[in-house]
Design a protein around this ligand. Structure first.
Ligand code: ADE
Length: 281
C-alpha cells in the first residue's frame, strides 16, 4: 500500500514507516541506525527499524547461511531457505507484504529519485547480500527491487543498506525539521548546492564573497542561484538536462559558457568557472 499524503490520513492512520533489515552482521545495522537523524526519527516514532540476524532462520548446527555453488567455481552462494523464512516471518508479524529490496552491485543504480519512491512505501524489507551472491530463486521469487549504490564491490550489503535507509528516512515526513529539509529541495531542483560560508568573514586572508555580507537578500538569492548553476555546469553537466530551469537560468548558463570560452581563448588553458566566486558582484 502506498503512503497517503492527506493531513486526515496522518491524523487518523499514522503509522511509522517500517524497515526490516536481514543481515548476518546485525551489529553493523544497529550501530549505523543508532545516531543522528535516523535515531531521532526512531525516537519520534516516524521510523521503525528492526534488525534480523539471518542465522536465526537456519536449522543446522553451524547456522549456515551460505553453501557451495552448483557447477565448478570458487565462492559461496547465500542459501534460499533462511532468506525465504526470514521474509515470511517478518511479513507474518507485520501483517503486510512489505517491499523486498536486495542490496547488490548488480541492482539498479540508487538515486534521489529511487529514495523518493521508496520513502512512499509503508514497509521495506532489506536483504543484505554477501559472498558471491544469492541463490537466483531469491531474486526471482522473493525480491521486488535490486539496488546498487555504485559501480564498486563492497564486502557485503550492510553499508549499502545503511546508505539507502539514511536517504529514505530523510524523506519520510516528520524526520527532518523545516531548516534541514531545504537542502533536499535544492537537490530536488536538480542542481548542486551553492557554496556555503560562516563566520569569520575573513579567515587566513580569504574573504567570503562580498555579496553575502551586503544584507541585500535579492542579490544574495541571485548569487546563490548563479553559483548553483556554475557548480552544476562545472561538475555535473549531465544534471542540467533534467534540472528545472527558468529562462533566466538558461541565460546565465549561456553567459557562463561564453565566459569560459573567452577565458580559454585568452589563456589557451581551460579555466574552472568556479575560480572566482566574487565575479560580477
Ligand atoms: N554489495 C556489494 N557491493 C554493493 C554495491 N555497490 N551496492 C549494493 N550492494 C552491494
Amino acid at each position: 500500500m502506498k503512503r497517503q499524503k492527506s493531513a486526515l490520513h496522518f491524523t487518523l492512520f499514522f503509522r511509522p514507516m517500517r524497515i526490516d533489515v536481514i543481515t548476518i552482521f546485525p551489529e553493523v545495522i544497529e550501530a549505523g541506525t543508532d545516531y543522528s537523524i535516523i535515531k531521532r526519527a526512531k525516537d519520534k516514532c516516524v521510523l521503525d527499524v528492526k534488525v534480523h540476524n539471518l542465522r536465526d532462520y537456519t536449522h543446522d548446527r553451524h547456522k549456515s547461511t551460505d553453501d557451495e555453488p552448483f557447477g565448478p567455481g570458487a565462492g559461496m552462494v547465500m542459501k534460499p531457505e533462511p532468506l525465504f523464512e526470514a521474509v515470511e516471518a517478518i511479513r507474518s508479524t507485520a501483517g503486510d507484504e512489505g517491499k523486498v529490496l536486495l542490496m547488490t552491485p548488480q541492482g539498479e543504480p540508487f538515486s534521489q529519485q529511487v529514495a523518493r519512491e521508496l520513502s512512499r512505501e509503508d514497509h521495506l524489507i532489506v536483504i543484505c547480500g554477501h559472498y558471491e551472491g544469492v541463490d537466483e530463486r531469491v531474486r526471482e521469487h522473493l525480491v521486488d527491487r535490486e539496488i546498487s549504490i555504485g559501480d564498486y564491490v563492497l564486502t557485503g550489503g550492510e553499508l549499502p543498506a545503511l546508505v539507502v535507509i539514511d536517504a529514505v528516512a530523510r524523506l519520510v515526513p516528520g524526520t527532518l525539521g523545516k531548516d534541514e529539509s531545504s537542502v533536499e529541495e535544492s537537490f530536488t531542483e536538480g542542481l548542486l548546492e551553492y557554496p556555503h560560508y560562516t563566520r569569520p568573514a575573513e579567515f587566513r586572508g580569504w574573504r567570503v564573497p562580498e555579496v553575502l555580507i551586503s544584507g541585500h537578500h535579492a542579490k544574495i538569492a541571485e548569487w546563490r542561484r548563479k553559483m548553483s548553476l556554475k557548480r552544476t555546469l562545472e561538475r555535473r553537466p549531465d544534471l542540467l538536462e533534467r534540472a528545472r530551469l527558468t529562462d533566466q537560468d538558461r541565460k546565465i548558463l549561456l553567459d557562463l559558457l561564453s565566459e569560459k570560452e573567452a577565458q580559454s581563448k585568452n589563456t589557451g588553458t581551460h579555466n574552472s568557472v568556479e575560480e572566482d566566486n566574487n565575479a560580477d558582484y
